[in-house]
Design a protein around this ligand. Structure first.
Ligand SMILES: [Cu+2]
Length: 290
């Protein structure tokens, strides 16, 4: 009976996972039409989140079906017509112990992989590079303290300026670039209100609080571009401060760093001159106003 239940749960889980995976596999790193499941995983943490999600799906589906069967039995066997003289039973020690102990065991079964996953997310391995992420109303800025301490702002690309292949409301002018298969530590903070740095296919979502440095990490295992969004309601343009992370080979990353250092050094100078000229109003107005 037990092994039958286990195999039934496995079959259900596999069917459901297969069905959902079909919808999600169309695009990596961004949502796809009719997507039901989580975005495809490109980091070890997100793979574990997928596994945990599948385990939960099997458990909750089994519970729903079990309760449905019990309800059906009650409706058929114990309705007034089928069972005119109801039983006066008010206690059954065995059943009462069972319906207390079994749910506790199910919760423990869920807690073990859940805590293991939290431990994986919160214990940052020795980082290969650090990227500092700062949330602003309403854009992100990034700094690379390990690679020459350059930094840049990253704004949404307005719909009229989108190039082919750039997704609406997700593409940005300056993408964050990271090397694949390297531990990237992110240090996240904010310059104004609370934002939240979230990239679904990395399994990363961490608050950006003013005056506080939060840390998280990811190791991207596949080259590509991965999108995320601010996930904390932060004001008028909350929906218009996307995140775009491009994961590239180590050689491409080194080339990008060399070019970015030159590009953003002069951009910083230009921004400094702008600020000196008292033209900060356009910067403060956000991407939609530009
Ligand atoms: Cu925000």
């Amino acid at each position: 009976m037990k092994s039958f239940l286990r195999s039934a749960a496995l079959v259900m889980g596999t069917c459901a996972a297969g069905l959902f995976a079909g919808a999600a596999s169309a695009e990596t790193g961004q949502p796809s039409p009719w997507q039901i499941n989580l975005q495809a995983a490109v980091t070890p943490v997100m793979e574990k989140i997928h596994d945990f999600n599948t385990l939960m799906l099997i458990i909750i589906t089994s519970i729903v079906l079990f309760v449905l069967v019990l309800l059906a039995i009650v409706v058929v066997r114990f309705n007034e017509r089928a069972n005119p003289v109801p039983s006066k039973t008010s206690h059954n020690t065995l059943i009462e112990v069972a319906w207390t102990v079994i749910p506790v065991m199910i919760l423990v079964l869920i807690a073990i992989p859940s805590f293991r996953l939290l431990h994986l997310e919160l214990n940052i391995p020795k980082p290969d590079i650090t990227v500092k992420v700062t949330g602003h109303q309403w854009y992100w800025s990034y700094e690379y303290p390990d690679n020459g301490a350059f930094g840049f702002d990253s704004y949404l690309v307005p719909e009229k300026d989108l190039k082919a292949g750039q997704p609406r409301l997700l593409a940005v002018d300056n993408e964050v670039v990271v090397p694949v298969n390297k531990i990237v530590r992110i240090q996240v903070t904010s310059s104004d209100v609370i934002h939240s740095f979230a990239v679904p296919s990395f399994g990363v979502k961490i608050d950006a609080n003013p005056g506080r440095l939060n840390e998280s990490w990811f190791k991207v295992t596949r080259e590509g571009i991965y999108y995320g969004q601010c996930s904390e309601l932060c004001g008028r343009d909350h929906a218009f401060m996307p995140i775009a992370v491009r994961a590239v080979s180590e050689a491409d990353f080194a080339a990008w760093v060399a070019q970015a250092k030159a590009k953003f050094a002069s951009a910083a100078d230009a921004a400094g001159q702008l600020a000196d000229a008292g033209e900060t109003a356009t910067l403060a107005a956000g991407p939609l106003a530009r």
